[in-house]
Design a protein around this ligand. Structure first.
Ligand code: GDD
Ligand code: MN
Length: 387
């Protein structure tokens, strides 16, 4: 059902496409010598058809299979090959190619003819229509894959896509076929991909929430071999973890802060129950519980929640912690004391219930004060560099 162009869609208007050029196409390669001539022929046809200002950069990781010679003998002055000898990774090859690009619109695609270059005009038109990034997608309406995909490959692809769902809502975040603007790429901070999913890395690290999808027909490779091994699949899990920490850093901190708060509440209740049992007045018992739990909370937060700031001066942090918690403590104490002296007076466990209500009200104030003042990050560093 699919035409030469990859889908049945009508060809986009020449003039509009031309306005959106110039383009740089980055193609990571590892042992793709057989595919390079086909790739160049199809790109040349596209270039002629739309009269494109086009630059093609192959980024090869020292394949030594004649790829370099194959590009050179094509005689095309708009295509070149960068050979890296120091690393072997699809994602970092793509990043290197994008850094070397001279044009304002960047395209990433595979060299094995799985990604139809004929879909590029539609993708850049969608980018021009206001998207931050546009993906050539197998799973959006109209997209297809070759029929000989086994159930297992479908399953792996579906699970991988599902795991990325909290990071982006696009239907094919695994795709290695996409376009974006060079200026957005240049602004991405802390690019640190492990493995294959450079598109997903860019969506998260560029902070894109406006990502378009253009349907493609994904063709299985005919020449050469896929380099996507089980090891690469496992790397994806590590990559996901980094992306989750990157995207949900504040939420993760808050979750830990809540757990510490729960232990502090337990400490508070034990202390105030003991003090009340010893015959001290309620106002003193409440205050004592808050005071002791303040110290245990500080110790645990310093050790776990905000462990990135552990090397800094403990006394200064303690003073800051108490200072930042003052409002929360005051809220806590005031709520608890007013409850025990009004509606909870003479209730069974009234003192404990009042204390818990006080803790809840004080907690939000505490988190905000600590996260953004006491334990603030002094340098923006990637949370995790190596496992
Ligand atoms: N420079 C470089 N270094 N290029 C590499 C490397 C590497 O270590 N490994 C693979 N490549 C190149 C290949 O030569 C090819 O051009 C492209 O990256 C994709 O590699 P394949 O081995 O064909 O991957 P795939 O078909 O299994 O995976 C593709 O489809 C996936 C979705 O099913 C890629 O596009 C993935 O990004 C995509 O997630
Ligand atoms: Mn492939």
């Amino acid at each position: 059902m699919n035409s030469e162009r990859g889908t049945d869609a009508a060809e986009p208007p020449l003039a509009e496409v031309r306005i959106l050029a110039p383009l740089t196409i980055v193609i990571p390669t590892y042992r793709e010598v057989e595919n390079i001539p086909f790739m160049l022929a199809r790109l040349a046809a596209l270039r002629d058809r739309f009269d494109l200002d086009l630059e093609v950069i192959f980024v090869d990781d020292d394949s030594r299979d004649g790829s370099v010679e194959r590009v050179a003998e094509s005689g095309l002055d708009w295509a070149r090959m960068i050979v890296r000898t120091d690393s072997r990774s699809l994602s970092s090859a793509v990043i290197a190619g994008m850094q070397a690009a001279r044009n304002p619109v960047l395209i990433c695609m595979d060299c094995d003819l799985s990604h139809p270059p004929e879909r590029i005009p539609d993708m850049i038109l969608a980018l021009g229509a206001g998207q931050q990034m546009v993906i050539g997608s197998r799973y959006v309406a109209g997209g297809t894959t070759d029929d000989n995909w086994g159930y297992f490959r479908y399953l792996v692809s579906a699970v991988a896509t599902l795991l990325a769902r909290p990071l982006t809502s696009v239907s094919d975040p695994m795709s290695g076929f996409f376009v974006l603007r060079k200026k957005d790429f240049d602004q991405a901070r802390g690019l640190n991909p492990v493995g294959y999913k450079i598109g997903l890395e860019l969506i998260v690290k560029c902070g894109f929430d406006n990502v378009g999808e253009v349907p493609i027909h994904f063709v299985d490779r005919v020449h050469g071999q896929s380099k996507l091994t089980i090891r690469e699949q496992l790397r994806y899990i590590r990559h996901l973890r980094r992306l989750y920490i990157h995207k949900f850093a504040n939420t993760m901190h808050f979750a830990q802060f809540l757990v510490v708060g729960a232990t502090g509440t337990a400490v508070n209740l034990v202390v105030l129950t003991l003090l009340a049992a010893a015959g001290l007045p309620e106002a003193v018992a409440l205050g004592g519980g808050i005071g002791v739990s303040l110290v245990s909370n500080f110790a645990l937060n310093r050790r776990f929640t905000f462990s990135y700031a552990r090397h800094e001066n403990i006394w200064r942090q303690f003073v800051g912690f108490v200072g930042a918690s003052t409002v929360g403590m005051a809220v806590n104490y005031a709520v608890a004391l007013s409850l025990i002296s009004s509606i909870l007076r003479d209730e069974p466990l009234g003192l404990q219930i009042a204390a818990v209500a006080g803790v809840g009200c004080g907690m939000l104030f505490n988190f905000i004060g600590n996260r953004f003042f006491v334990f603030r990050k002094r340098h923006i560093v990637e949370p995790i560099r190596e496992e």
